[in-house]
Design a protein around this ligand. Sequence first.
Ligand code: PGA
Length: 252
Amino acid sequence: MTARRKLIAGNWKMNGLKSDGLALARGIADRLKAGPAPACDLLVCPPTTLVALVAEAVSGSGLAVGGQDCHAKAGGAHTGDTAAAALADLGCRHVIVGHSERRTDHAETDAVVKAKAEAALAAGLIAIVCIGETLAQRDEGRTIEVNRSQLLNSLPDGATPDNAVIAYEPVWAIGTGRVATPAQAQEVHAAIRAALAERLGSDAAGRMRILYGGSMKPDNALELLALPDVDGGLIGGASLKVADFWAIAESC
Ligand code: PGA
């Protein structure tokens, strides 16, 4: 099996004003600079309003900065939206697309998510493509089918292990404190990798990173990150505290 370097990504969601956002970003960057660095890549995705400030503050620290969403079009008359190229221009290397909160709050379909991911790739960003089943879908025994379908319909054309990352986030685990068991996570991650192999070939599938997200915390990160097909985490709540985010990163 190919060694995949883990990615620990913080999704700050709609949290943070200038002062606390800067303090959080600097707190992580300072720990990185002080070393020893954890054995993973580290990324924070602040709200769009803080991206420029955070990117400037952590520049040169090794902490990557990303956006939480981008528009599917390169530019134009889209009031309130953010172009992928604008994120790249601010120093972003990544952008999350298709988070379940976007899919729910903004009715984003797989086709929309795919178009956004393709816009991200066109702007030179790494797309973090989120998928995940609801509790009702899990209870109906449709978990694998739902994730497979979301994956294959949201994956951008031209996806490679270098420009795309998958994030499996069971909707029932996001912000609920109810985390997937290691067996539940591994089962879905393995199914995602199998679907990736069908689409991209086994070499690319073996090198593509699949993150787990949904109530990952310092006290459950170790067992999740030790699973064979879990290549990192997309962290919401626990990414808002330097100590918690760092502790998760150190679990790699
Ligand atoms: P959570 O959020 O860690 O707060 O559950 C994860 C996410 O939505 O990315």
